[in-house]
Ligand binder design. Sequence first.
Ligand code: ADP
Ligand code: MG
Length: 257
Amino acid sequence: MSAHLSLENLSVSYGKQRVIDKLSVPSLAAGEVTALLGPNGSGKSTLLRALAGLQACDGAVRLGDRPLNRRHGEAAYLPQTLPPCVHLTVFESLMVAGQATAAGLFRRHGDDEVVALLESLGIAHLARHYLDQLSGGQRQLVGIAQALIREPAVLLLDEPLSALDLNYQFHVMDLLRRETRRRGMVTVIVLHDLNAALRHTDRALMLKGGQLLANGRPEQVIDAATLRAVYGVHGRVERCPQGVPHILVDGLSHHAG
Ligand SMILES: Nc1ncnc2c1ncn2[C@@H]1O[C@H](COP(=O)(O)OP(=O)(O)O)[C@@H](O)[C@H]1O
Ligand SMILES: [Mg+2]
């Protein structure tokens, strides 16, 4: 089952403050990683929580031609701030997380599957460690494993790289792209690192003030004009010798905010 995700006239308010304003995205394709970009306070986390069904919203979120069914675990969500740990081992926590799958069935994952997933993330050596004894980066990796083992159709990750070192940042983005293609997932990742978005994602959405300013391939969305308009910086996009675009910031054009 691979279907595209679409958002139609999505609005979210906190009390009287409207934070996401009638946002529409016609199609996020299965098998593609989308970067959700924008300055601090632009509504990225709010939008992700609305997609995950954790935030009341107006408008429609559809997978293919029907509403996304969050209650049956079609979407897996990793928050920006990880919840407090329970006293379980990494392995036990994955067995629990894997009970509810996208099919809505209660499936017991074999030990081998859990170990294989931990190995693919490079954290098999942590299987017997307790969650509350891990470093921030290790917990982030386990959080990603817990989301993946649910086999969601839609994977929603809020700043999953923030606690990771350079090596794991690259490794995780690479793995997410491969798994997204292999499983035909729709993956949406909030990223601050525009260079990671340029290198590792298929599409970018640029938010500012709760509105969608751009939607397209990352190198279309991230350019000098956007850097100035959205982030208030003078910047350039250059291609490295391998042909990968990356941005350089030369100075501030005005105070963003
Ligand atoms: N629970 C909340 N209650 C009230 N206002 C909130 C809440 N969460 C976020 N906001 C406000 O909504 C706006 C968008 O926040 P958020 O979605 O966290 O932005 P981002 O993730 O892009 O930094 C901000 O102005 C923020 O202060
Ligand atoms: Mg946020």
